[in-house]
Design a protein around this ligand. Sequence first.
Ligand SMILES: [Zn+2]
Length: 371
Amino acid sequence: MYTLIKQSDQSKARLGELKTAHGTIPTPFFMTIATKGVVRSVDAVELQENLKLPIILSNTYHLWLRPGLEILQAAGGLHQFMNWPGPILTDSGGYQVFSLSHLRKLSEEGVKFQSHIDGRWLFLSPEEAIKIQQTIGSDMMMVLDECVPYPAEYDYAKKSTERSLRWAQRCLEYKNNNDDYKSNQQQALFAIVQGGVYQDLRQQNAKDLAALNFDGYAIGGLAVGEPRQEMYQILDWVIPELPENKARYLMGVGYPQEIVEGVRRGVDMFDCVIPTREARHGRLYLWQHDDLSVEDFYSTIHIKNEQFQQDFAPIDHNCDCYTCKNFSRAYLNHLFRVDDPLFLRLATIHNVSFYQKLMMKIREGIEGGRL
Ligand SMILES: [Zn+2]
């Protein structure tokens, strides 16, 4: 499913493409978050026609609770339900079980937890996580794992990582032996490297997972509060252990400079709530420099600030998004102050466009031998 097109001679950055059941995506790419089957305030037609998004990421946990599997099944899967024709990646639901549910019981079999919405008890096992993602019909599924918290003691990290390895194996076996679902064979399954901040655990886990021949490899348990340099260090440990003919996905990262650094270390895929969440809070991204190796190649503004009340320029002269082509900073400042939902949509469109342009510049940089 992954094809390498060009390996940089400046760094470990690589240009490639990833083939999915719903289209081929140039790599490296960024996945915009559609947590509950929607990029908040922007519908799927606009995502496709206006923003030309290559892929979106949805959350299994949230979709499982609402609308629930019965409705997703009746709709014919998430693509049909939200009218999105492009690729979708889903997480396994594990991360939300561990972060949102305060009452839970973890065992070798899986994790029993209480829904944060209505308090009912549910059980998520590796097999169940795959079954749910098969019902959603995502193009890329993730294995169920436990995201090792930061900081974690060595013994805890070791035990947790070993259990996650056994869970990954069970996910793979379930997927390979279960052809009940019609699109099963078109769905790729990604493993997730854990191991906390410990070099031996990270490298061993990467080797063990690589031997199991998954469709792609994610690096998890990062962007959970560890210093940035520590995250880069972990990438330097893990990536050389992963197969070259498979895509590498750095989960939950990040800020633009972290994405550039991840690409330099050989990462192909990213996702993060930053562009959409910050847009909703009025923090907008601006280009400062075309050269991504320049420190501060971008900046941000808080559109709610008084200084923009009579600023009739677009958010960013260098941006050709729908928002910048049609509306001024002053108007966005006004929409924010009167709390109109149109603000959410216009701000989201701009920040999502910024991130897509960032990935385009990254790919051009690798192609042109600059990155
Ligand atoms: Zn814009």
